[in-house]
Design a protein around this ligand. Structure first.
Ligand code: GRF
Length: 220
């Protein structure tokens, strides 16, 4: 079966991008990364893409008059690559409603919280401030509201006494690297459908798309 063509939008380091590139190396992985686009020329993820032999492009938001013009340029670059699924991976620009609608149910994001809790910036610090005992990350379809939309996969981690935003972020990030490739695989296998505000996973046994507690051995 033909592989799903995925494009990844980044602004920074690109460790989630790296996880997706790594997963896509497996011959039986149902998706391939066809393009990586960054709005910043110095994003570390661009090198990761090039090292994996994936076309890496810069679309600098500062070169465009407004948000819709920038989004149109990103849209064009995605279409030129034949992209069918857009994965936001640390992409720090809010996308216009027009772009989000054009890619409806073909545009996904990863966010470092168990949504719908702690949307927006500094989600890990928000979780600590709220005193939650379990934190985590979510891969979801993108809607016009920031960090909102049908949830595809979530992963959970414990919060420990003495955690700060840095230690909690690192624990969550390790799980992000597992659930993002999982979400793209489920979509690539054609098992994900959107039903109103929620996602249905075909043939999803217990545990599909949810509740990875990591590191499990650390839970007292
Ligand atoms: C991740 O924490 C992701 O959840 C958030 O931005 C960060 C990107 O990290 N949206 P990286 O660039 O993938 O390392």
């Amino acid at each position: 079966m033909a592989k799903l063509k995925a494009g990844v939008l980044i602004s920074g380091t690109g460790t989630n991008l790296q996880a997706l590139l790594g997963a896509a190396r497996a011959s039986d992985y149902p998706a391939e990364i066809v393009v990586v686009i960054s709005n910043k020329a110095d994003a570390g993820g661009l090198e990761k893409a090039r090292a994996a032999g994936v076309p890496a492009r810069v679309v600098d938001h500062r070169a465009y008059a407004d948000r819709p013009a920038f989004d149109a340029a990103v849209d064009e670059a995605l279409r030129e690559s034949g992209c069918e699924l857009v994965c936001l991976a640390g992409f720090m620009r809010v996308l216009s409603e027009g772009f989000v609608e054009r890619w409806r149910d073909r545009l996904i994001n990863i966010h470092p919280s168990l949504l719908p809790a702690f949307r927006g910036l500094d989600a890990q610090a928000q979780a600590l401030a709220a005193g939650v005992r379990i934190a985590g990350c979510s891969v979801h379809f993108v809607r016009a509201n920031v960090d909102a939309g049908p949830i595809i996969v979530q992963g959970a981690v414990p919060v420990f006494e003495g955690d700060d935003a840095e230690s909690l972020s690192a624990r969550i990030l390790a799980v992000e690297h597992r659930i993002y490739p999982l979400a793209v695989r489920l979509i690539g296998e054609g098992r994900v459908s959107v039903n109103g505000d929620t996602v249905r996973i075909k043939d999803g046994g217990s545990g599909t798309g949810c509740a990875l507690i990591s590191p499990a051995e650390d839970i007292a």
